[in-house]
Design a protein around this ligand. Structure first.
Ligand code: SAH
Length: 258
């Protein structure tokens, strides 16, 4: 899969590709990311990429022409047939919120062109002509689309087969179908008793002793407890999808009595 990222700040991406568990996805080009700076496609001595907004107001707006030239260069480089062009995704607060379903869909795709806005945003004429989808990281405003692009690339990379060292460990993550779309259960590691600020704290007894079935049931109950308390709609969705067992429903009934 190949992602071409249009950004005025390509240097923001480099450390991210070299760090952590997803590094091998990027270094092996399993997730092939190419960075493109619209400034390299701007004209004139100043290689201008932004200008003042028509109608006045604060800030600057990214110009359509350098973006259009940059996009054409990407299309040539990708050597795509005209009717099978990779979609252009613009990061924007008005977009559809990034979630697990979207990350999964992108992880099964051939990739996309990711466009990171800066300043006040992008000339609407370019958006109308060239952008296929808009994606938001949430209801807040970032200074640029780069963090949103990195969030998308990271969430996609960890879903790729073989990227997480423990095969299938992403399936144990929140929202994954293997967890019925519920929230993940809490994690504990050594020491067995931690001398915390409020005194010694042990690990839940169910996790000790290596009884797999008991551990599985305990974790499932924790997932159900957290999801019911924090995200009840995830429990409703799991139920509607036939993902809750009799044991799950019995446990949920005990929760409601509390
Ligand atoms: N004037 C715009 C915000 C511009 S912020 C508005 O009020 O909606 C500059 C750039 O940051 C945007 O073009 C977009 O690419 C990116 N950005 C800002 N907030 C974002 C968010 N919540 N999700 C994704 N990208 C965002």
């Amino acid at each position: 899969m190949r992602f071409d990222v249009i950004t005025l700040f390509p240097e923001l991406f480099e450390p991210f590709f070299k760090s952590g568990i997803t590094r091998r996805a990027f270094e092996s080009r399993q997730v092939d990311v190419r960075l493109w700076n619209p400034r390299d496609h701007a004209q004139g001595n100043y290689r201008r990429v932004d200008d003042r907004p028509f109608g006045g107001g604060p800030g600057m707006v990214m110009m359509a022409e350098p973006l259009w030239r940059c996009l054409q260069a990407i299309r040539v480089d990708r050597a795509e047939p005209e009717l099978a062009c990779a979609p252009v995704v613009l990061f924007s607060p008005i977009g559809q919120k990034l979630d697990h379903a979207m990350a999964t869909a992108w992880s099964e795709s051939a990739g996309a062109v990711l466009l990171c806005g800066r300043y006040e945003g992008i000339d609407q004429r370019f958006i109308d002509a060239c952008v296929d989808r808009q994606v938001s990281l949430g209801d807040f405003v970032l200074s640029g689309g780069e963090i949103a692009a990195i969030a998308l690339l990271d969430s996609v990379a960890r879903l790729m087969p073989g990227v997480l060292s423990d095969e299938g460990s992403h399936q144990q993550d929140s929202f994954n179908p293997a967890l019925s779309g519920l929230l993940d259960s809490p994690h504990h590691t050594r020491p067995e008793v931690w001398e915390g600020p409020d005194g010694p704290v042990g690990v839940p007894a169910a996790l000790l002793g290596g009884h797999h079935e008991r551990i599985g049931r305990y974790r499932r109950d924790q997932s159900l407890t957290l999801s019911q308390a924090l995200r009840p709609e995830l429990v409703d969705q799991a139920r509607a999808a036939g993902q809750l067992s009799k044991a799950d429903e019995t446990f949920l009934r005990t929760l409601k009595k509390l």
